[in-house]
Design a protein around this ligand. Structure first.
Ligand SMILES: Cc1cc2nc3c(=O)[nH]c(=O)nc-3n(C[C@H](O)[C@H](O)[C@H](O)COP(=O)(O)OP(=O)(O)OC[C@H]3O[C@@H](n4cnc5c(N)ncnc54)[C@H](O)[C@@H]3O)c2cc1C
Length: 358
């Protein structure tokens, strides 16, 4: 059984929320161990390496509204792992293709989205490829049991940053209040496809050649698409071939949850072809595929009693963070994890009799 010095904190899930929480604890000098079922950190901010290109099938960019998150993004920019993108965002609606302008700041990980989560994970202990299937123990002394039946621990507290249905499975037999809170958050699915081309896309009449991404307005025909981005137009990727990420609408994805990835990818590429101005034909892709996110984004997220709190925490040492507790964006997930980390660090400091500096 792996030995972890107590009283450490376990964080299940190394997406942006779990990493933000672990980062605060680690930087305050508190031991923390992250677990993720994936091969590395990133979760819904991960990037996929295809033979000749890197594509994003999860978050396409992140926007900045909150001052604390803005400072964090500035630090990522200074470290070279984030850059503004897209700077040439287009929108398609019944009037056709138009350049979209607003005041929102948008960024992407550079040279790929996962650079941000890899940067956050630097120096942290992450046990990857480990799906936590259940928790045993009780207040102050928790063990995590993985897919091989191996126990990890003990831990004084456990943070669960997995999407709420997956968090529910872990807390249900231990904490009724946290389980009920998870049930109230609905995470919707999303199909995301990629198409990789050997030749450049045709020039689109009336559209700048350097278009980077396009949003398809809700109600634009019956298109299943909501967002398309050009991966070779992202910072640091000029050398890779032309490739598209094609994101489906949530309701369309929900209705096709059990379709094959091949069928879905064909349908999304076909929808993009139909959204092009004029009678242009796309070249035949050399590689086409799709990924299904069963829990892509909360469209009902936590409200109620704890409406001013973007995480949940119980006296038993269990806590929950992630986008479901705040909103459907990277920024929300980071803020949720960061705020929980600050609360836990302060509580651990108090228990240890530390006086806050200053
Ligand atoms: C297709 C798509 C497009 C999106 N586009 C945007 C966008 O353009 N802009 C934006 O701001 N946001 C976007 N989002 C939303 C954004 O990606 C998420 O809000 C954010 O990344 C959520 O982070 P998180 O840490 O809360 O969850 P996650 O990233 O899901 O992290 C949870 C982690 O927990 C792990 N895990 C789950 N269960 C277990 C277990 N039992 N044991 C171990 N590990 C476990 C998972 O592997 C995962 O790594 C998009 C999401 C999707 C899916």
């Amino acid at each position: 059984m792996p030995h972890t010095p107590s009283p450490a904190t376990a964080v299940i899930g190394a997406g942006i929320a779990g990493l933000a929480c672990a980062r605060v604890l680690h930087d305050a000098g508190h031991p923390v161990v992250l677990f993720d079922k994936g091969r590395g950190p990133g979760g819904r901010m991960s990037s996929r390496r295809l033979p000749v290109a890197v594509v994003e099938l999860g978050a396409q960019f992140f926007s900045v509204r909150d001052a604390t998150f803005r400072r964090q993004v500035a630090a990522w920019q200074a470290a070279g792992c984030a850059a503004p993108w897209p700077e040439a965002l287009w929108q398609v609606d019944e009037r056709g293709w138009r350049r979209h302008h607003d005041d929102l700041e948008r960024f992407i990980g550079s040279p790929r989205m996962s650079a941000v989560t890899r940067h956050l994970a630097e120096g942290l202990t992450l046990i990857a490829g480990t799906r936590i299937e259940r928790l045993t123990g009780n207040a102050g002394q928790w063990w995590l049991v993985d897919q091989h039946g191996e126990r990890h621990g003990s831990f004084a507290r456990v943070v669960i940053s997995a999407p709420t249905p997956q968090a529910h499975a872990l807390v249900a037999s231990h904490d009724g209040a946290l389980a009920t809170a998870c049930e109230a958050v609905i995470q919707r699915p999303c199909w995301a496809a990629w198409a990789l081309f050997d030749e450049p896309l045709p020039a689109l009449p009336g559209v700048d050649d350097n278009w980077q991404a396009v949003r398809l307005a809700p109600g634009h025909g019956s298109s299943p698409l909501r967002f398309v981005s050009r991966n070779d137009r992202k910072p640091g990727r000029a050398a890779q071939g032309e490739s598209l990420s094609l994101l489906a609408r949530i309701d369309w994805s929900q209705a096709r949850l059990e379709e094959s990835p091949e069928t879905v990818a064909e349908a999304l590429l076909d929808a993009f072809q139909r959204a092009l101005p004029g009678d242009l034909a796309l070249p035949r892709p050399r590689s086409l595929g799709a990924h299904r996110w069963r829990y892509a984004q909360p469209d009902v997220f936590a409200t109620g009693e704890a409406v001013n709190q973007d995480y949940r925490r119980s006296a038993s040492g269990l806590a929950l963070c992630g986008d479901g507790w705040r909103g459907p964006r990277v920024e929300d997930a980071w803020l949720s994890g960061h705020h929980l980390g600050e609360t836990l660090a302060a509580a651990i400091g108090e228990q240890a009799g530390e006086t806050p500096a200053g």
